[in-house]
Write a protein that binds this ligand. Structure first.
Ligand SMILES: [Zn+2]
Length: 316
């Protein structure tokens, strides 16, 4: 007997209640034509979007999950379903341009090739540039029959308010520590660093898993040592900036934001320092510039940020 290799996605254990809500919408034919999955990165929104898209395209309507064996599922398994349109940031590009959305609008205006639904996943939706965002609005305002648009956003406030208002927003949060730990236990063989990985990822299991499977955990720990050394004056901000500029800027800014959140929770002295919150706003602003594809001089940016970080701590 030939073994069927099923590569279809299932929702993650902590997404069960939202999944049953979504399947109820499908069974009762009340699924909105545009859904925005919103919440921090690293908690499985992308995986949920794919699982939902596959369930919507599966030819067997009576299952809670995509059946894995019908013609549609076979095409999904092979990565060649003609009615699934995943849109992400193209390689060598920093955002999603109007061309991508024009292509999408043109295909969704046609009948589904497999006769069922058409599903588009836009991930991350905050990477839509202004023209792409305006073009998408048209598709959201004039929904095409049997088309479902699934938007995924880590930072939904970066999306235009009009886009958000056209979508049913589903807010996702990190799971409980117990659930995250037990899931990670089942995913890795070396369980030594699970607690640490969950701590520095703010309880986001997929991010923690990335840390456990790569050098990121070591890099993030190193980054936090550098930032702490600037704070205590053991390292100059110029030297620290040179070290930080060697890191991938997006994750490094995320580490800084997460480090501050954790420090504020742990340290009463930091919590009462209003400058910390202004600095956090600045970090969030820099991070939004980076994710929206702005070009920045990284060394200069780190010098300014780390100088300001040192002053923040000492100019209470
Ligand atoms: Zn199926």
């Amino acid at each position: 007997m030939t073994e069927i290799t099923n590569t279809l996605s299932l929702p993650l254990p902590w997404q069960e209640s939202i999944w049953s809500e979504l399947t109820q919408y499908i069974y009762t034919d009340r699924l909105p034509h545009a859904i925005l999955l919103s919440g921090p990165s690293g908690i499985g929104k992308g995986r949920l979007a794919i699982a939902l898209a596959e369930r919507l395209l599966c030819g067997s309507e009576s299952h809670d999950y995509a059946c894995g064996i019908c013609k549609s599922c076979t095409l999904l398994n092979a990565g060649s379903h003609p009615d699934l349109f995943p849109i992400s940031i193209p390689e060598k590009s920093k955002n999603i341009s109007i061309d991508e959305i024009r292509k999408l609008s043109s295909v969704i205006s046609k009948t589904a090739q497999q006769g069922g639904r058409k599903v588009a996943i836009i991930n991350p939706a905050e990477a839509l540039n202004i023209n792409a965002s305006n073009a998408l609005l048209k598709s959201l305002e004039e929904p095409q029959g049997k088309t479902v648009l699934i938007l995924v956003a880590h930072r939904p406030t970066l999306l235009s308010a009009t886009i958000r208002s056209r979508c049913q927003i589903i807010q996702l949060t990190p799971p409980s520590c117990e659930l995250a730990t037990s899931w990670l236990n089942s995913m890795v063989t070396d369980q030594t660093n699970i607690d640490k990985a969950l701590e520095i990822s703010d309880g986001r299991p997929l991010l923690a898993l990335d840390y456990l499977r790569s050098d990121s955990l070591r890099d993030q720990q190193y980054f936090e040592e550098v930032v702490s050394a600037v704070r205590t004056g053991d390292l100059s901000f110029i030297e620290a900036a040179q070290q930080c500029a060697k890191l991938d800027i997006g994750p490094a800014l995320e580490w800084f934001i997460s480090y501050l959140h954790r420090s504020v929770i742990k340290d009463k002295r930091m919590r009462s320092n209003q400058n910390i919150y202004l600095f956090l706003d600045r970090l969030n602003y820099m991070y939004s510039l980076i994710v929206s594809g702005s070009n920045v001089n990284q060394l200069l940016m780190w010098e300014e940020l780390l100088m300001s970080w040192r002053q923040t701590y000492f100019s209470k």
